[in-house]
Design a protein around this ligand. Structure first.
Ligand SMILES: Cc1cc2nc3c(=O)[nH]c(=O)nc-3n(C[C@H](O)[C@H](O)[C@H](O)COP(=O)(O)O)c2cc1C
Length: 197
């Protein structure tokens, strides 16, 4: 039996938009290439994110499975545990933030790049694509291998592709692939009026 993995919607307690409900982070990707128009759209969604003073500090370096050398270079930046499954994703993206120069404002640039990445992964759902963001990669190696200049910080990587089948994963990854998605309750992070109010 082949287990399809592309449907693992949020078990939401209140109504939310389907695009949010259906986004999740699989490890099984199909080898099917992603059309360039779709990639253009996911980066376009990022382009239209909000940012402080409209500074747009986000940068994306990507490679597809049609550029094996570049794809392998991005794969080599991932920590091994991520590379094991993410190397099969047809598109790999490195997300880079330009640091805002005013002292103490670095976190604002990170916030803005998170906004853009959120738009990117949400747009991907609308196009039938799966995404999996990864903090597990070697940022120093990324900087060296991809010529990232000072003042820019590699933040995350994102695997993008069509959903694959859980059966193609190793046992431990398959188990996680099929496990229920869990979340904290709103009362643990939404406060009315004051902290823990
Ligand atoms: C910034 C960030 C870093 C992440 N790093 C990794 C990672 O290195 N490896 C991995 O397998 N998943 C990684 N994830 C995926 C999370 O584990 C996943 O989003 C979380 O468990 C919630 O599951 P869901 O995305 O399916 O809702 C990361 C997600 C984010 C947003």
């Amino acid at each position: 039996m082949t287990t399809t993995t592309h449907y693992k919607p949020a078990d939401n307690l209140h109504p939310i938009h389907d695009l949010i409900r259906h986004r999740w982070s699989p490890r099984a990707f199909s080898s099917r290439s992603v059309e360039q128009e779709k990639l253009d759209s996911v980066f376009e969604a990022a382009r239209w994110a909000a940012s402080a003073n409209n500074m747009q500090p986000w940068h994306f370096i990507y490679a597809t499975n049609e550029q094996p050398e570049e794809h392998a270079r991005l794969t080599s930046i991932l920590f091994e545990r991520n590379a094991m499954w993410a190397q099969k994703a047809p598109v790999l993206v490195l997300v880079v933030a330009k640091l805002y120069e005013a002292p103490g404002r670095e976190t604002v640039s990170f916030y803005d790049v998170g906004m853009a990445s959120g738009a990117l992964v949400t747009q991907a759902v609308d196009l039938g694509l799966a995404t999996h963001q990864m903090g597990g990669f070697d940022a120093s190696k990324a900087r060296e291998e991809l010529n990232i200049p000072e003042g820019y910080v590699p933040l995350t990587m994102i695997a993008i592709g069509y959903p694959g089948h859980a059966d193609d994963l190793s046992d431990d990854f398959r188990e996680r692939e099929l496990a229920p998605r869990v979340r904290k309750e709103q009362k643990d992070f939404v406060f009315q009026g004051r902290w823990n109010g």
